[in-house]
Design a protein around this ligand. Structure first.
Ligand SMILES: CC1=C(CCC(=O)O)c2cc3nc(cc4[nH]c(cc5[nH]c(cc1n2)c(C)c5CCC(=O)O)c(CCC(=O)O)c4C)C(CCC(=O)O)=C3C
Ligand SMILES: [Fe+2]
Length: 367
């Protein structure tokens, strides 16, 4: 009997990983920045962000919550499929989880990566680490298909629109109708943005599409048209290297001098409230807004919103149908359109060194 999840034996949630206590902070940061050109001062600064929160990133608990919701929703739909979880930079590591899956008899797995957009950081870097994990496990490692990026799935957009509507409700009533919606994502080097996706420029184009789609939904639901912007947080790297701008704090200052009284900060670049959201937005940017005298509220991320949980399952069922050779209608908000199932050769290149990566047209054969 054909099951709607065939040919998959499991779903694997692939994430970044984060420290769970003060002793983890330095080893975690060493894992993240190995081979990268991150200045010492920046590392110490980021270490302090984690220390402020007891050395514990919120990201692992958020992944545990997402997985619990996925398991619940799969059970509700009478779909019997185990869910596994492996990280790039912290326990549970990808290679350990792949070995566990192999021992459990899993041969073929669909991987949901907790990164919604195309760029080296959100695409190829995960696929390089999947290759490294597969090579470490060796023969018998399950075959992995990475699900397409979730940015343009209508469920992701609705979850974010709900977040913005909720944040508008947190603003003082007299200014909420005049609030500006400031969409925020992770800054990346200009060179990484320019080369993102199959033909370049995908990172910014995909965010602009999501920002417009979320704003249109918010307008439809509130009956108020509000201006919006796309800005960046969490810049790293040497100061000499250009990264995407404006920074959210600089942007708030510019808005204040233009007389803007209220903003919603909507972190569409992040799938859950991890450290960039908890520190860079909730701690730093909200303090900046306060100093400037702007009323500000932060919109919830997709997190465990039911529409986002459904999005993950929908992407899984879509890809399973594709692999069975069936034709599918892909849920999408439209241009720039769904990202590819199999990453095209050379997409989201690693500009530092050429490394083998899984789930692409240019991937090496399994060991
Ligand atoms: C696009 C993007 C995403 C979104 C896609 C995705 O979700 O993957 C993302 C996610 C995350 N980034 C995270 C943490 C860090 N990122 C760093 C460094 C960097 N990120 C970059 C980009 C991105 N990062 C880049 C271009 C660098 C410079 C180094 C390099 O060129 O690769 C550093 C080193 C210190 C610093 O440089 O700031 C840390 C500690 C965490 C965990 C948070 C937690 O613990 O809750 C998460 C989810
Ligand atoms: Fe990062």
């Amino acid at each position: 009997m054909v099951s709607i999840t065939d040919p998959y034996d499991a779903l694997l949630v692939v994430s970044f990983g984060g420290p769970e206590g003060q002793d983890d902070v330095i080893p975690f940061l060493e894992n993240v920045t190995r081979g990268k050109n991150i200045p010492r001062e920046r590392l110490e600064e980021v270490g302090e962000h984690y220390r402020l929160f007891g050395g514990r990133s919120p990201i692992n608990d958020q992944n545990r919550a997402l997985i619990a919701n996925l398991e619940h929703e799969l059970a509700e739909r009478k779909i019997s499929l185990p869910v596994y979880w492996g990280n790039r930079n912290w326990d549970p590591y990808l290679a350990d989880e792949l070995a566990r899956m192999r021992d459990d008899g899993v041969e073929r797995v669909a991987a949901f990566v907790t990164s919604a957009y195309d760029s080296y950081s959100g695409c190829r870097q995960y696929r390089e680490d999947l290759w490294r994990a597969v090579r470490k496990v060796g023969p018998g490692a399950p075959r992995i298909d990475r699900l397409r990026h979730s940015f343009d799935h209508p469920g992701f957009v609705t979850a974010n629109a709900d977040g913005v509507v909720g944040a508008l409700g947190d603003l003082p009533r007299d200014v909420a109708d005049r609030a500006r919606i400031v969409y925020v994502t992770h800054s990346i080097p200009d060179a990484m943005a320019e080369t993102s996706g199959p033909t370049g420029g995908a990172y910014v184009a995909q965010h602009l599409a999501v920002a417009s789609a979320v704003s249109a939904q918010v307008q439809a639901r509130t009956g108020v048209e509000r201006p919006h912007d796309l800005v960046y947080c969490s810049r790293s790297g040497p100061p000499s290297m250009p990264w995407l701008e404006p920074d959210v704090n600089d942007h708030l200052a510019a808005l204040a001098s233009d007389g803007v009284e209220a903003v919603v900060l909507a972190p569409i670049g992040f799938l859950s409230d991890h450290m960039e959201v908890a520190y860079d937005l909730d701690t730093e940017a909200l303090a900046t807004a306060k100093e400037l005298g702007i009323a500000a509220a932060r919109a919830a991320t997709a997190g465990t919103h039911p529409d986002f949980v459904d999005t993950v399952i929908d992407l899984l069922l879509e890809r399973a149908a594709v692999e069975r050779g069936e034709s599918v209608v892909r849920a999408s908000i439209g241009a720039p359109g769904p990202a590819a199932d199999v990453a095209p050769a050379g997409c989201c290149p690693n500009l530092r060194e050429d490394l083998p990566a899984l789930c692409g047209a240019d991937s090496p054969p399994y060991p």
